[in-house]
Design a protein around this ligand. Structure first.
Ligand SMILES: NC(=O)C1=CN([C@@H]2O[C@H](COP(=O)(O)OP(=O)(O)OC[C@H]3O[C@@H](n4cnc5c(N)ncnc54)[C@H](OP(=O)(O)O)[C@@H]3O)[C@@H](O)[C@H]2O)[C@H](O)CC1
Ligand code: K
Length: 297
């Protein structure tokens, strides 16, 4: 190939990148002029997403509105009533998002051993679902699940993992010494107060480990509104990665690691009711990474 052709290809690439950037700006202008202030018009997002399949991370620089704990619980109820979802479905999609975030930040080449710390509520359920998907991607998950409610859904999720031969451990600290990555699915938006045992010791171990941690919906022990506790377990817990489900919670203003949003099931009508933005997901992705520093408002 001669030099003239090479320079033509270079010019073409530059030109298509400029087109893409200008589409982003165009979409943003449409958004600012026609939508309610701060509300991302869903049709605009769809258009933006289509124009920018190869460049969507650049274009996904809109900041997302946060969802407080009370509204997060109400939104869940709406999804299951007017939205007609079952909890199993929401949890499956939430857990699938978590598994994709883990794959993104910690592909199997970095080490296949994943320790999943599972709490007693739905945040824990997301972790169990994620562990199953991770197993199917070729990872070797281990489950720490010290408090298991007699709830049929959680029991089935645990049984599905046992059928795959996924091990359960009672010794979190020992398991932490032989893992490559941790999924923190202990507490989500229903956490409040100070961490009670048996989880206080687990949070302290997570604070002190050098193993990278992906937190599901919230770093466990953090107040959903105010972030890390001032003292006690969790005061120094700063996971490397966070995946917010449906929408970031206010605590993310204290989070400094890589931040993803997942839960690609939010109907525009529900997003509008809670004044939320639907992020620009790319292709079939269940997650979108938000750029540091400008990701929430
Ligand atoms: N729409 C979505 O995005 C969906 C998200 N999902 C996930 O669900 C969680 C919220 O789940 P929820 O069951 O409401 O609550 P949590 O899992 O956050 O926690 C509940 C349990 O935590 C215990 N708890 C609370 N505070 C403490 C504390 N200080 N110390 C110890 N334990 C605590 C609480 O125990 P109790 O004894 O008080 O009952 C609960 O057992 C959300 O964050 C997402 O991850 C859904 O999967 C799907 C839809
Ligand atoms: K968590």
């Amino acid at each position: 190939m001669n030099i003239r052709w090479l320079s033509r290809i270079g010019l073409l690439r530059l030109h298509s990148r400029r087109i893409c950037e200008s589409k982003c700006i165009q979409s943003f202008l449409v958004h600012s002029s026609t939508a309610k202030p701060g509300y991302l018009d869903y049709r605009t997002v769809r258009t933006e997403g289509r124009f920018n399949i190869r460049n969507s991370s650049r274009c996904a620089t809109m900041s997302l509105r946060t969802l407080n704990a009370e509204n997060a619980a109400d939104l869940d109820k709406d999804l299951m009533s007017v939205g007609a979802f079952s909890l199993d479905q929401l949890m499956e999609l939430a857990g699938l998002s978590v598994s994709q975030a883990v794959y993104r930040v910690h592909p199997p080449e970095k080490g296949k051993r994943i320790l999943v710390a599972v709490g007693p509520g739905n945040n824990g359920g997301d972790g169990l679902v994620a562990a199953r998907h991770l197993w199917h991607y070729g990872y070797q998950p281990t489950i720490f699940y010290p408090k298991r409610p007699k709830n049929e859904l959680y029991q089935r999720l645990a049984e599905q993992l046992k059928t795959l031969g996924v091990p359960f451990t009672d010794d979190f600290e020992a398991a932490l010494k032989s893992t490559d990555h941790v999924v923190d699915s202990i507490f989500g938006f229903s956490f409040s107060g100070e961490v009670r045992e048996p989880f206080a010791a687990v949070i302290t171990a997570l604070e002190n480990t050098k193993v990278p941690v992906t937190a599901v919906d919230a770093p466990s022990s953090w107040n959903i509104q105010d972030g890390p506790p001032k003292s006690g377990p969790g005061a120094n817990f700063n996971p490397e990665f966070l995946i917010s489900l449906t929408a970031p919670k206010p605590l993310v203003s204290h989070f400094t690691g890589r931040h993803f949003v997942g839960g690609r099931f939010l109907p525009p009508s529900v997003a509008e009711k809670y004044n939320l933005d639907i992020p620009v997901y790319k292709g079939v992705d269940q997650i979108v990474e938000l750029p540091a520093g400008e990701n929430v408002r």
